[in-house]
Design a protein. Structure first.
Length: 402
């Protein structure tokens, strides 16, 4: 890391320390989700005022015009403070950068982007459907031409933060008679428009940040279209790739390994401190080695970025390995705690509570690319293995057996 980047890290850390008592983990303890969101909006506004929102975005869209490296440095510091940024992660991660790039009305886009950066507006991403999420090109929600606009009919599912969202980006099928990925078109939608119904899904961990979203004859204007008609698949893939530069957490966004070591010192196995047990020591060593390996991959990606190169597909290892390991370690921690390990604390933070971490880990193994999808990426792009057989290749969508 060069001196300039190190200085940026120090400056970011000092700012985060200065706002910690107002927005950090302790300030959030015991808040309801609505109160936490309100705090999050104030945090996002403070971040904007301090020049830490849109770090690598163009200045005329309210950004700072810096590089991906400063952005990743800030995020890796920010995640240590437990600030309420989760509500804006998807919004600022994918839909809003896409609006900035493909929004047909630049002035409208600019206004939305700045409001989103300040936490005043939230966007969601409406891709996955009940018929499937991995196979994005297989989606069924229809957009039919209606005068100089369109009518949307169908359902999306697993839409994060749809219940707080003002707008969303959506991919719809405009032509079922062509190959599946050729008949899709990309729009932005007003989540408060007549005919949009959002229904929460309760997750095992107790929260309901994901939703089903129903579209019943929802009108969108043609100037809400963000791709050529039939060209939506390419914009959808760009959406999924646009946030390639994100801070990673080799702990899989679960508790720090130090917390496990502390626990192993506190509890006993057969009348001896658990930390003296060979199986526990081996689990700690394995987890440490795994985290060190992933941190090295991240450090290498940072060095590549500094040298002006693109980090490679090895980034897909991070989530796959880290979240699986977090799940295993959380399970072991719950076992060590005995009956009290099963106590459920609805306001617990995943980063410091083993049962919250364990209950939430499965969603981490699905969202943002399931384990199997990541294994496919590793097989094809890192190991160079052949692609899966695709029996639907070249077949019009409406002739693929359901
Ligand atoms: C917490 C959470 C938040 C989410 N937020 C959003 C959001 O904001 N917006 C949004 O659009 N979606 C969101 N999703 C949906 C997510 O993108 C999908 O769940 C994911 O893409 C998998 O799709 P699916 O659940 O339909 O499973 P499917 O695609 O039906 O897959 C079922 C199983 O088959 C496996 N599988 C599928 N295809 C292959 C293949 N080719 N090779 C090997 N195995 C395969 C999968 O890995 C999985 O185990 C979210 C999901 C979660 C859990």
């Amino acid at each position: 890391m060069t001196d300039a980047y190190e200085a940026y890290r120090q400056k970011a850390r000092s700012w985060l320390q200065s706002i910690e008592s107002e927005f950090g983990r302790e300030a959030r303890r015991g808040l309801t989700e609505e109160q936490d969101l309100a705090l999050g909006r104030r945090y996002q506004s403070a971040k904007y005022a301090a020049g830490y929102a849109g770090i690598n975005w163009p200045e005329d869209f309210g950004g700072q015009g810096l590089s991906h490296i400063e952005k990743v440095i800030f995020e890796s510091e920010e995640m240590k403070f437990g600030v309420p940024s989760v509500y804006f992660g998807i919004s600022l991660g994918m839909p809003v950068p896409i609006l900035m790039r493909y929004g047909p009305d630049k002035e409208f886009a600019r206004e939305r982007v700045i409001k989103a950066l300040k936490g005043e507006e939230i966007w969601c991403q409406l891709f996955s459907e009940p018929s499937g999420g991995t196979d994005l090109a297989g989606l069924r929600l229809k957009a039919e031409q209606d005068g100089n606009g369109w009518r949307l009919n169908g359902q999306k599912v697993w839409t994060s933060w749809a219940h707080y969202s003002d707008y969303g980006v959506i991919v719809a099928r405009t032509d079922p008679t062509v190959e599946k990925h050729k008949g899709l078109t990309y729009f932005w939608v007003d989540m408060k428009a007549p005919g949009v119904t959002v229904r929460g899904i309760k997750l095992a961990g107790g929260d309901s940040h994901v939703n089903e979203v129903f579209f019943d004859n929802v009108r969108v204007e043609d100037n809400q279209r963000m791709s050529p008609v039939g060209g939506g698949f390419a914009v959808a893939i760009t959406t999924l790739m646009i946030e390639r530069y994100i801070a990673t957490d080799s702990g899989g966004f679960g508790p720090h390994l130090d917390l496990f070591v502390d626990l192993a010192k506190e509890v006993e196995i057969n009348g001896r401190p658990a930390i003296e047990d060979g199986r526990i020591r081996s689990a700690i060593a394995r987890n440490y080695a795994m985290r060190a390996g992933l941190d090295s991959i991240t450090a290498r990606a940072m060095l590549m970025m500094q040298a002006g190169m693109e980090p490679g597909p090895e980034g897909s290892l991070n989530k796959l390995v880290a979240v699986r390991s977090r799940q295993k370690l959380s399970e072991l921690a719950i076992d060590l705690q005995g009956n009290s390990g099963m106590a459920f604390e609805p306001h617990a933070f995943v980063k410091e509570d083993w049962s919250a971490s364990w209950l939430n880990a499965p969603t981490g193994r699905i969202a943002g690319g399931s384990d199997e999808t990541l294994l496919n990426t590793i097989a094809e792009r890192i190991l160079g293995l052949p692609q899966d057989h695709r029996p639907d290749k070249g077949v019009p969508f409406n002739q693929i057996p359901a």
